[in-house]
Write a protein that binds this ligand. Structure first.
Ligand SMILES: [Cu+2]
Length: 373
């Protein structure tokens, strides 16, 4: 799992803002912008740091100390039940294993968190913070309607932060199949034979057969998720292929229209999900040479070969983002704005995988009462 690309297009239609669109991976090299993290400031608790070694522009090795943080955090309730007949209470708290780094890309910071929970949930979160990229009003200039005045004489333009992650899935083995899963009311009207009381609903699955038709988008009205399954591994409980699901955050699509320079260059942001056959050369969703590209490379070209993606070594590409209408409260430095997605086992295990997590106990977690007198 990796961050493959991200782009920040702006919504002001007047030139030169149609060209204002930073590709923070392809233009800047996200990893090169990683901070050296500080114990007790960026990271609390028992911390393990990893240094990151890169090559510089001359091909020489260069090192960023403490670039990646690994640590655990309490994550609130994992599961609880009070047996109503006996009053017996079982409570288990969740612990999160978090792998994180923070990058500074000129004005913005992006704090990136991969979090692993004891029930198998994997969560990816990006927190955008730092400073808005602002413009200055000329004396007497009228508001044009494409931004928010965030301080006297200063405007924060509307923009999007669109991210693409590359998920080289291996659910119970190398060969996987991806399906959309939508929840829909039954077609039959109230009083009909198949829906006599009118309240019925069901799940509709659509297997994505080739890379070109894999382009699919979020659908909040049907609670759409994407299921990644392994046709050769059958769950003994459900008698169906073992699977995980991708739960999206239902963010807005790319605002830039067909024909615009930004839509050509950031083709990956046209859809929420793309699925391709695994290819070692296909790592960056907007192509390999992003700087000054006019589009044509990356995901839109890779899917044109219409590869079979059923029961194949597949890669799932997921695009999501923040559509940022700045607030005065984002100035002069912006509180974090969060986006991401979640992966969960979906009839992969044979029971709740967190049953063996020890119950919470104050002897272990050292919680104590506060004396208010
Ligand atoms: Cu923003």
């Amino acid at each position: 799992m990796s961050i493959s690309e991200m782009v920040v297009p702006y919504g002001d239609p007047r030139p030169p803002f149609h060209r204002k669109s930073a590709f923070d991976v392809g233009d800047y090299g996200l990893g090169y912008c990683a901070n050296s993290l500080l114990l007790g400031c960026d990271c609390l608790g028992a911390i393990k740091y990893f240094d990151a070694t890169f090559n510089d522009h001359n091909g020489q090795p260069t090192c960023i100390k403490n670039a990646v943080c690994l640590h655990e955090e309490d994550a609130g309730l994992l599961w609880k039940h009070t047996e109503y007949r006996t009053g017996k209470v079982s409570v288990t708290r969740s612990r999160a294993l978090i792998i994180s780094f923070v990058v500074t890309v000129v004005n913005y910071e992006y704090a990136v968190y991969w979090t692993f929970y004891q029930d198998g949930t994997i969560n990816f979160q990006i927190k955008a913070t730092g400073e808005l990229s602002t413009n200055i009003f000329a004396d007497g200039e009228e508001q044009a309607g494409y931004g928010t005045i965030v301080a006297e004489g200063i405007i924060g333009q509307f923009h999007q932060h669109m991210f693409a992650v590359r998920l080289d899935t291996m659910i119970d083995g190398l060969r996987n199949t991806v399906s959309t899963v939508d929840v829909e009311p039954l077609e039959g009207e109230f009083g009909s034979k198949d829906n006599p009381y009118g309240q019925g609903f069901r799940v509709r699955e659509g297997r994505l057969a080739n890379s070109a038709e894999s382009r699919t988008s979020v659908s909040p009205a049907t609670s759409r998720i994407w299921k990644i399954s392994n046709d050769s591994e059958i769950n003994p409980i459900t008698k169906r292929p073992t699977a995980w699901k991708l739960i999206p955050m239902n963010s807005a699509p790319l605002m830039a229209k067909q024909g615009s320079l930004i839509r050509a260059r950031a083709g990956f942001a046209e859809h929420s999900v793309w699925v391709t056959k695994q290819n070692d050369e296909h790592l960056f969703a907007a192509g390999f040479y992003v700087n000054q590209s006019r589009g044509g490379d990356g995901l839109p070209s890779w899917i044109s070969t219409e590869d079979n993606i059923i029961d194949e070594d597949v890669v799932l590409w997921h695009t999501f983002g923040v559509t940022h209408i700045p607030r005065v409260e984002d100035f002069p430095v912006m509180p974090v704005e969060t986006c991401g997605f979640t992966l969960k086992p979906n009839c992969f295990f044979t029971a709740n995988p967190a049953l063996d997590v020890p119950p919470s106990s104050k002897e272990v977690n050292k919680s104590k009462l506060v004396n208010c007198h």
